[in-house]
Structure formats: structure tokens, C-alpha cells
Design a protein around this ligand. Structure first.
Ligand SMILES: N[C@@H](CCC(=O)N[C@@H](CS)C(=O)NCC(=O)O)C(=O)O
Length: 201
């Protein structure tokens, strides 16, 4: 399987963490692909008209996107344990997944806005407010995160916190969410997270 990949993308990281957890990482051929909102990439677009990464190309040529679909596909290939099938555990994992990926969406838009020549103050304030509210909620749920088995939900939240470290260091999120920081420190020691740190490259 071919994965349009970048070491900088937190959404790609989500897929890679799942692949490592499921023992499928060595089945992926990583193709370094540059995805930028302002510059659609024809190589990615040949496989995904949205020009976004991650995009997965299966061995028979079929394509899969976005990260949620790719993660669920990999999970199904491996017998399924990161997407709980039923009950409270399922809805809790899917809700945490929505929170983690929603926070990532907001952070990426925030970063794009702050790098524009004349950022809109109202937008910057809105992104900041949402990020702080997400952190406050996650801090309240840090105990539940620690008690729950690893799932697509905890993986998405871990990738969002990793992206905060990478692009929003100045936010000092650990000071606002110490219990969450403790949970994230333990998560970061898992080989799947250690092997996929977001880096320049
Ligand atoms: N919802 C998508 C988001 C993926 C995404 O936004 N990826 C970024 C890189 S981190 C991208 O490809 N941006 C290029 C663009 O928006 O055109 C997913 O979960 O895969």
C-alpha cells in the first residue's frame, strides 16, 4: 500500500500511529508528498481530488481518504481493536476522535491565519478561545482517558497535543492542563508515538 505522507502532518501521524499499533507499518510504502492549501499538488490529486494527505493507495489501485477512513480500514485489516464496535466505549472513542481531529482542524486554520500578512483579529481570538476550551474539557477528562484502552480517540487527541508542541509551543498548554500533560507523557512513550514524532523534513 502506498501512503502519501509527510513527517510534518498530524493527520498522517494519526494513520502512522494506528499502523504501528496494528503491526501494519511495514506494509506501507511512504511517498513524501507536499500538501499545501494554497498550492494543490497534482501528484496527490491523481489519487485524491482534495489534494490532502494522508491519502492511501491500495495494492489494487483503489484509493482511500481521509485519515479517519484510512485508520478504520487499517483497523479492519488487523481484526479491529482501535474502533470499539459497540456500547459506551464506541461512542466515547468516536467523541474523543471528533474532539482531537476538530482541535487539529482549528489549529491548522489558526496557523494559516496567523501567518497571513494581515490576520483577522476576530479569527485569531476565536481559534484561541476554542483551543483553550478543548484543553479545559480534556483536562477534566484526563482521568477517563488514562483509564480507557487505547483507541482511535486517544490517538487523535495525542496527535493534536503533539501538534500543539510542534506549532504552538508558546501556548504553554501543559501549565493549563497538568493532568492531561501527565497522560500525554505516558502516551508519548508508546513505541507508536515515539516512532512518529512530528518533525521538519
Ligand atoms: N480531514 C482530513 C484533513 C487532512 C489535512 O488537512 N491534511 C493537511 C496536511 S496536515 C493537508 O493535506 N492540507 C492540504 C490542503 O488543505 O489543501 C483528514 O483527516 O485526513
Amino acid at each position: 500500500m502506498k501512503l502519501h505522507w509527510s513527517p510534518k502532518s498530524p493527520f498522517v501521524r494519526k494513520v502512522m500511529v494506528c499502523a504501528h499499533e496494528l503491526g501494519l507499518a511495514d506494509r506501507l510504502t511512504l511517498v513524501r508528498s507536499v500538501a499545501a492549501m494554497q498550492k494543490p499538488n497534482p501528484q496527490i490529486m491523481a489519487d485524491n481530488p482534495l489534494s490532502k494527505i494522508p491519502t492511501l493507495v491500495l495494492d489494487d489501485g483503489r484509493t482511500l481518504f481521509d485519515s479517519a477512513v484510512i485508520c478504520e480500514y487499517l483497523d479492519a485489516q488487523a481484526g479491529g481493536r482501535l474502533f470499539p464496535r459497540e456500547g459506551d466505549e464506541r461512542w466515547r472513542a468516536l467523541r474523543w476522535h471528533a474532539l482531537g481531529t476538530g482541535l487539529l482542524d482549528a489549529l491548522i486554520l489558526w496557523r494559516n491565519e496567523r501567518e497571513r500578512e494581515a490576520p483577522l483579529p476576530a479569527l485569531l481570538d476565536a481559534f484561541s478561545l476554542k483551543a483553550e476550551a478543548c484543553l479545559a474539557l480534556l483536562e477534566r477528562e484526563a482521568g477517563a482517558l488514562g483509564a480507557a484502552p487505547l483507541s482511535i480517540g486517544s490517538i487523535a487527541i495525542g496527535c493534536a497535543l503533539g501538534y500543539l508542541d510542534y506549532r504552538f509551543d508558546a501556548l504553554g498548554w501543559r501549565g493549563k492542563a497538568p493532568a492531561l500533560a501527565g497522560w500525554f507523557a505516558a502516551l508519548s512513550e508508546r513505541p507508536s508515538f515515539a516512532a512518529t514524532r512530528v518533525v521538519e523534513g
